[in-house]
Design a protein around this ligand. Structure first.
Ligand SMILES: [Zn+2]
Length: 156
């Protein structure tokens, strides 16, 4: 299937947390440090098409992944974004949430009201692809945090 999120090689390289239904991976072009993507393992294009089990499991999975991303970025606040449909800026037709840890003076804060627009310009050169090595470093650190806090995560 021609879907970046269903591509097993891509996923195995970038994922840092998962359960039976959902997976979290580090973003190809992080907008801020710790910018991660959360999506169901099943290929489905819309939040509204999640089945009952997925809906029930979603919030706690978001909670756990946000915990990891915040530890990673040493941040306490975050944006959680879902873009549903082309008009909303959805670029991959597989439903996914963006988690962006936020800090004072970060790139999002600098761009102020334009940040959402620049966030949606996923293909322009404001955001540069990470190298393989940069991605590996980030994913290794995120996996380490997930492991280190495994017990605490189960209580979320
Ligand atoms: Zn997919």
């Amino acid at each position: 299937m021609d879907c970046a999120f269903c591509d097993k090689i891509n996923l195995d390289f970038r994922k840092f947390y998962e359960n039976d239904l959902f997976v979290a991976m580090y973003n190809l072009r992080p907008f801020v440090e710790g910018h991660s993507i959360i999506f169901p393992k099943r290929h489905v294009d819309s939040l509204l098409k999640l089945d009952e089990k997925e809906k029930t499991s979603l919030v706690s999975f978001l909670d756990r992944t946000i915990f990891i991303a915040l530890k990673y970025a040493e941040a306490y606040q975050f944006d959680l974004i879902l873009q549903e449909g082309e008009m909303a800026g959805q670029s991959v037709p597989h439903v996914h949430f963006h988690v962006m840890p936020r800090k004072a003076g970060d790139d999002v804060a600098k761009s102020k009201s334009e940040w959402l627009q620049s966030f949606q310009k996923t293909e322009n050169d404001i955001r540069k692809n990470l190298s393989k090595e940069e991605t590996q470093r980030a994913v290794d650190k995120l996996r380490f945090i997930a492991k280190e806090y495994a017990l605490q995560l189960e209580t979320l």
